[in-house]
Design a protein around this ligand. Structure first.
Ligand code: ATP
Ligand code: MG
Length: 286
């Protein structure tokens, strides 16, 4: 405990460095999961400019290589992707005791926060935006590998996929993965079998869990029942509803049977989502 407290204090001191360089004033701490710290800052030159810094503390007593890999994979992906529904990075740097990157501040928080009060219109719009973002990533051969409501930020009625720390850039369509990644309830079943699996299909399962949370307006992590997700789908949704069709095909156990993002968008184009998809296609966001 003492060790962690001391490290936290050190991190607070060094946090000043990036802020001094870029004339930032340290604001609220948004997230702290040692050795990663996410905090909000305000520009001293213009108080209307609010940013967020994600700092990865370099710590030889911790698994240093893992931190470097985590940081590098995150910035490598962020530097190459540009999409209205995906987090953008302003700049990054390496400081004596930590790596950090700066991004815009999305003040409405995460999808987890808005879940309980989400209404149909908003939920439909967010889901179509999410599909547009996943479609963009998968076309660019990027598998996010940690899609969950905590990693989806909300701002001015739009969503942004964030946290690319576990993402993989896969050179070919059929590149298989072997390492299980992400949060357990969002993990697709094939990740637990000790066989190579398709990371894009894992993203699709996670997208299904995110949509399940949106449809039932609950955080899957707070579920106090052990009832499997598909059981809720079967008992609570009409057999002919589009939500049931989407969830059944995304939470499908067999990865070969699970929808790809391309097939999901195709299916949604034939449903009540069609006008939203058409609008995003018109804007070239899909
Ligand atoms: N740009 C931002 N604007 C507002 N809040 C943010 C921003 N970036 C991150 N956050 C907040 O900080 C939290 C943690 O950020 P992020 O997911 O990038 O860190 P992490 O340590 O990799 O998270 P995890 O716990 O998933 O491993 C987010 O869930 C969100 O609440
Ligand atoms: Mg996260």
């Amino acid at each position: 405990m003492y060790h962690l407290e001391r490290k936290t204090l050190e991190l607070q001191n060094y946090q000043k460095e990036i802020c001094q360089v870029h004339h930032f004033e340290v604001g609220t701490l948004l997230h702290y999961n040692y050795p990663i710290k996410v905090f909000q800052v305000t520009s001293k030159l213009d108080h209307n400019v609010k940013k967020v810094i994600k700092a990865y503390y370099k710590d030889s007593t911790y698994d240093d290589k893992k931190i470097v890999k985590h940081f590098l994979s995150e910035v490598a992906v962020l530097a190459t992707i540009h999409h209205p529904f995906i987090m953008s990075m302003d700049f990054m740097g390496s400081f004596p005791r930590y790596f950090a990157y700066v991004m815009p501040f999305y003040e409405d928080g995460t999808l987890t926060k808005v879940l309980p009060s989400i209404h149909q219109e908003m939920s439909d719009e967010y889901f179509v935006q999410l599909c547009a973002a996943v479609n963009y990533l998968h076309n660019k051969k990027v598998a996010h590998r940690d899609l969950k409501t905590d990693n989806i930020l909300i701002t001015e009625k739009k969503i942004l996929i964030a946290d690319f720390g576990l993402s993989d850039i896969l050179p070919t369509e059929d590149t298989m993965a072997t390492k299980r990644k992400g949060t357990v309830v969002y993990m697709s079943p094939e990740q637990f079998l000790k066989r190579p699996f398709d990371p894009f299909k894992c993203d699709m399962f996670a997208l299904g869990v995110v949509y399940w949370c949106m449809v039932f307006k609950v955080n899957v992590l707070n579920q106090d029942t052990m009832e499997p997700m598909m059981e809720t789908v079967r008992t609570k949704l009409s057999p002919t509803s589009i939500d049931r069709l989407i969830l059944t095909n995304l939470l499908e156990y067999q990865p070969e049977e699970r929808l790809s993002i391309f097939k999901l968008i195709f299916l949604m184009e034939e449903s009540c989502f069609s006008h939203r998809i058409a609008k995003l296609k018109e804007q070239r966001f899909i």
